[in-house]
Each structure stands twice: as structure tokens, then as C-alpha cells.
Write a protein that binds this ligand. Sequence first.
Ligand SMILES: C[S@@+](CC[C@H](N)C(=O)[O-])C[C@H]1O[C@@H](n2cnc3c(N)ncnc32)[C@H](O)[C@@H]1O
Length: 816
Amino acid sequence: MGGRGRSRRTQRKHFRDGRENVWKNNDNKSEPQQQNKESSNWQPFVAENAAFNEYYKEQGIVRPEEWDAFMECLRNPLPSAFRINSSSQFSMDLKSQLQDEFTKSLQIAGEAEGIKSLPWYPDNFAWQSSFSRMQLRKNKSLERFHEFLKQENEIGNITRQEAVSMVPPLFLDVHRDHFVIDLCAAPGSKTFQLLEMIHQASEVGSLPSGMVVANDVDVQRCNLLIHQTKRMCTANLVVTNHEAQHFPSCHMKKNHENVSELGMTQLLFDRVLCDVPCSGDGTLRKAPDIWRKWSVGMANGVHCLQLQIAMRGLALLRSGGRMVYSTCSMNPVENEAVVSEILRRCGGSVELVDVSTELPQLIRRPGLKSWKVRDKGVWLASHKDACKHGRSGIVPSMFPSGQAHLDTSDDTNENPGAEINEDGNSNNNGDVDVLVPQVSSLPLERCMRFVPHDQNTGAFFVAVFHKISQLPVLQTKSNKHSRERDSDSDEKVKQGEDKDVNETDVSNADAGVLVKQGEDKDVNEEAIPVKESDEELLDCNPSKKLRVESPNKPKSRAEKANDKRKLQIQGKWFGVDPVVFFKDDAILTGIKEFYGIKESFPFNHHLITRNSDTNHVKRIYYISESVKNVVELNFLAGEQLKITSIGLKMFERQTSREGVSTACVFRISSEGLPLLLPHMTKQIACASPADFKHLLQYKSIKFPDLVDDGFREKVSTLSLGCCVVVLNKDNEGSSDPPVVDRSTIAIGCWKGRSSLSVMVTAIDCQEMLERLLVRFETKSGSSDINCEEAANVDDAQVKEVSETVTTSDDVEVNKE
Ligand SMILES: C[S@@+](CC[C@H](N)C(=O)[O-])C[C@H]1O[C@@H](n2cnc3c(N)ncnc32)[C@H](O)[C@@H]1O
């Protein structure tokens, strides 16, 4: 069924402006220069950075003889790539169009292909073009292809995504029944991919038993994430807004009476994706401003956060589950160093998976076993060097051995340590650390490095972990730092919040202290002293506290004045509408009766709103069984999750400008229609291809202008208000209600007093028209859908859609 995705580009704009388009200013001659060089602040990008060269040559990330090819590739703009949404109704049509039409039309005379499918991506669903985004925008001969990409991306039939960025979800091995969390998810291209995997091969009208939690700390970027994932039209997604390293445990108190009913007591995941924030130098080809900004400090500065996030990810992972850690950075401090520290901290409870036999066509290189750390122009081969030089920001886990050098008291002056200074000259004083960098004994060759010149991509790093058993118990500290943290927690308790498992888990996860593993041991139970070195690591990146509303907090004047919104901030989290199960029996019975929703469809307990005031509910969202369980658990755990978006918009309150009084004020939203239609028995009419096409073309048609008598008669029997028009593909008699399958094409409409109007956005109408034209033309050469009857409909007769069609096109954050 059609009608995927509502969208506008506004929300993407600020993000795009920040990250892309930067090649516009690039002086690189491989791109046409379109910038007005007269503009006073125009600065060419220089694709060169001496510190970058020095750093990566020394780290040996590519062999010396490859260096030039590596740099040459990095200086060239990234070819644009995209993925067909495998769960889209039109996925096969799109694949055919790419294979049959664009592969030929984009072939550069006598040169390589203009587009080709990526051989390592399953089922030819991922494609890469030979053109950069800039070329697509500026080159007239690529206009049709560019329009195709934009439209299909907006609808949700494809996702434009860098090729190597598609790799991490592939190694997660996601199944339909998996609970998956994407801890750093915005802007959401990997979340979208995960959702596709969950939904793959779903029967029409049914939902998978798995679900995805997509989290990001940044509210703006969370909005982008919501915007991206809305295109997927899924009831199996929860978007949250937490610091990943502090992601709540969300488990109910032991012996809670609802435990058996719910079947789960704690929110654990089968799959965890940690696509962590990073220095991003793997994206140099699409963001050449990084050439100017790059410094070693960028990587050193995020190492601790990356580690904390990954450790939290493992704590949230079920035993037996898989976690993928990835960055778009080439820096070993953000990559192999983090992986090594994870392995050290987790002992035998986590292993690095050898995935060398998975996706054999994907070219990858093994992780580094040896590297050095650089700080403020000085090379450091061990933590000992860092101590000698008073480099407090450099922590033991950045080095291959991970070993802390604790005693810095006497030998600082005695042996200032070896170093290579800013000019690259050795200041070595005889300390072998620098000359012979540490070599890790961990199986880091199992990590995967993707370098640009191997398959004309960006650079990426991916490591796959398997959690064998519960992590070693991470303990509360008995020293001054832990006391400080404890006093924070105490304050929270005083403020009225339950001392919950989260906070304790958070500090423990931060500490990441290794102690003996205890079966079924609660993380809170034991207190074991920790080494000072762990304290250093813990403290290297202090994080902000969760912002929790305190019930006893006196109200500010602004809050008092905001009484109208009072009900909407009754949830636990400031600024986030509460998640409320919609239980208004009268409305629900009315909806079920109006659309003839079958009893077999799981309905009543699957509807939620974001408004406690049920009399003024505008939108009702549908949630899958898996998401319902998570919401219920979250309530029982004291609303640990800060949920910014959840579920699939299924019904929207609709008013008619004509003043038509309808028996049901809730219309079916385009997003919800594909799921609901197979379970509906009323308010459905089957249209001939000609009438269907007219509706898409003219948006509103007066009853006498409907071409097909049978369709006109059927429409006359429908109640006033929302209805569904299904395309009668073969133009033959169909059952009533029609049999719905994956190929069924349907649109939401509004039956007014004198006309039938579509309730689908313009872009969805256009897309559907185009797809139908292609399908019908291919099938019969000259088809009904391509008929000229539209010409008989006098344009003057086609008035504007008379009813208010409320399509919230911008990012909708499940707000009322
Ligand atoms: C590399 S991007 C993720 C890209 C995303 N996975 C995708 O494929 O579209 C890293 C994200 O981490 C988020 N982030 C940064 N610090 C974070 C934290 N402490 N917790 C959660 N997210 C964080 C950033 O806002 C950013 O959106």
C-alpha cells in the first residue's frame, strides 16, 4: 500500500548546512566550482594537513607504498550511495528501474558504470553511483536521476547513505524477533536499516515480534532521527533521549506482582549498536572542512566517552547477544584502544567475534595491534610517558597494553621519557617505550578497518562483540570519588526520586571495575575497593546528571502560568509529553464500529497518545506487542525512559470544512493504513484504474465524474467521513471487502456530501502515479491507468480538496 512517509526538508536543513555542501568551497579541481569567489568570506578548502599526515604515517594505518593512493582517494569527493528500503512495497519496482533504466542511461560513454549495486550488500538493495552529491546537484544530465533519488528518499523508498555506513548493522545479524538498541542513533540511517531488518518478510497486516530503541543525547538530532524513521511507518520503534553511557536499566522491582504477566523484568537487548560519536576523519571525503580542523586532540578527547558508551551497551546486552562498536574515524585511540579496554574490563564474559567469513565480498583490513598516542605534539608510547609529561588527559586505556603507570613520584626528573617532538625529531633519552611501541596480545586483527581506496568509500571501523555471560560485577567504590557520587545519589533520593537501579548502574558502568564474576549477582550488592587507575578513567569524562522532574519541587511562576499545558507535563520528564495508554472505550468502540475492525486485530491495549487529557486527544498511535511490553515495563520501573517518539500514527482527529458530520471523527492516517487495512471490513471501496488515477491527479472528484458505475455506487453506500479507496488492479469484480496482499495499493480518502477527496500528501500522490504508470505500462503496453479519461474531467470541475487534510509534514515528535 502506498502512502509512506510525511516529510519536509526544513528539519534537515540545518544539519545539512552543517555537514554537507562543504565541497562547494573546495578548491579541489575534481569538482566544478560553483561558488561565487567574489564573496568576501570565501575560503578554499585545502585538502592537506601536515599533522594528519605525520600522525597516520607514524601509526602505519596503510603501508608506506599505499600512502599516495590513500591520500589521493581521500581528496576526492565521495560517490553518493543509497539503499532501497527492502520493506517498501515498491522495492522490486525500484530495483528494476535502477537495473533497466538508470544503469543504461547513466553509463558514461566508454567509461565505468554510472551506478552499480554494491556486491557485498544482500539482495542488490544497496547502490553506489559514480557521482558525488555536488555533481548530482549541478550536472544537468543527471537531473532526472537526482530527482528520482530525492523523491524516493523523501517517501522512504530509499535511504541515501554512505556505503561504509551501511556496514555496522549488517554485522549485527538482526532477526525479526530481536530487541535492538541503537545507542547513538541520530540522524538515523542505521536505525532505518535496523528497522528494515526487523520488518523483513513481514506478512501484510502483521508486525514482527522484535523492536528497536533508537537513542540520541542531542535533542535537535533526535528530531532528525524521528523525521528519518517516520518514513519507515513502523509501530516497533521507540525513540529516546538519554546520554547513552547513562541509558537507564529500566527494570522493575523484584517480586513485583506483574512480573509474570509481562514476561520480562528488565529491558535487555539481543542486539546493541554503538555507532559512537567520534572525531569523524573517515568522513573527510564528504566533509572536507575536517582537513582544516583535524588535530590529534579530537580523538583523544572522545576516547573515554566512547568507552563508557560501549561498556553501557554491553551492560544492556543479553548474554548470548551481539554488539557492534563502530566509528567513522581512522584513529586507533578511538578504535582498537576502546576495543582492547572493553576486552580487558569484561574478562572472559565478552569476546571479539571473528567475522572474516561474513560478507566475503566486502573488502576489509584487520585491526591494528600496535599504535602510539600523541598529545600536544609529543609521541607517547606508554602511559608511563604520559605521566612523566604530566598529561592528565591521557589515560592508560589509550595504549595497547592498557596498563597504568601509577608511580610518578620519583622518576619524573630522573627519566623524563622518550618522545618525538613536534618537528618529528627524536628526543629519545634511551627509554625503549617509544622506539618499540607496545604490541597488544589481544585478537585485534578481528576488528575491521575500511579504508577509502579499497572500494572507493569513506573510512570506517567496526568491531563485533559476543556477550558470553553476565559482565563481571561492577562495583560501587569505597574511596572519595565514590562518596561524592553517593552523595549525589542521596540528594536525588531526598528529592523524592526512588533510588533506582539506573543511577547505581550508571556509576558502576562508569567505573567499569573488574571483580570476580558472580552468577545472578545484582550490580548493587557488593562493594569492593577499586584501584586508583580505574578512578582516573572514570573521571576522565564526567557526565551530566539525568534531568528528572522532582514532584516536590516548588513551581516556578512560568510553570504556574502554564496551567493549560499542565496535563501535558505530568510525565516524569520535563518538556516531553507523557506516554498514555488510550483507553476511552466510547471512542475506541466508535472507531472499531465505523471501520469494521475485526476482533482478531490486537487493538485496545495497543493504542497510546501523548496527552493525559483524553478529551482533547488529536492523534492516536499504534504500538506493537513488543513496544507495548516495553512501555508497561517502563511504567512499572518508574518511567525510566525519556521517550520522545513512539509507535505509528494510526488515527488523527479530523474536522470538515464542509461541516459534514461524520460518525467517527478519527480518520486513518496514511502511515497506519497499510497495517490496518487487512483488518478492516467497512468504509472500503475498490476503484477502477481510471478512477484511481483521477483521484491521484485531481485530489478531489465530484461523484458524477467518477468513471466507473460500480465504484460510484459503492461510494454512495459509504458513511460520510474517512474511507479507503483500493485500486482494483485487474479491473475485474473484487470481493467486498477486498482481499489485501503485499501488492495492494490503497489510499485514505474523505467522502464529503458531493465529492470524494484524497487524504494523501502531494508527493505521495505523485509517487504512486509514477509507479502505477510504470507497472501498468509494463504489463499491457497500453493500460487503463494510462488512459486519457482524465482529459474528460474538466479541470474547472475539479475543485480543491474541500476538507481539511491535516498532514503534519514536519518532524512530529509525538506531541499533542
Ligand atoms: C556517529 S553519529 C551517529 C550516526 C548514526 N548512527 C547514523 O547512522 O545515522 C553519533 C551520534 O552520537 C550522538 N551522541 C553524542 N554523544 C552522545 C552520548 N553521550 N549519548 C548518546 N548519543 C550521543 C550524537 O548526537 C550523534 O548523533
